[in-house]
Design a protein around this ligand. Structure first.
Ligand SMILES: [Zn+2]
Length: 48
């Protein structure tokens, strides 16, 4: 499943691979994955 998220390193939105749903310390859910372009770890906060 390809998700699009903002990559801090590429400074643009890229496809995210190896996505995995995680719950952050504040209880909010996020998707964690890697940028398909540079491999940097990235997060996408899931909506309200
Ligand atoms: Zn990137």
């Amino acid at each position: 499943m390809a998700e699009v998220a903002y990559c801090m390193k590429c400074k643009k939105k890229t496809d995210m691979k190896e996505t995995q749903e995680v719950t952050m310390k504040n209880g909010r859910k996020a998707l964690k994955g890697k940028c398909t372009v540079c491999g940097t770890g990235m997060y996408k906060i899931l909506g309200k």
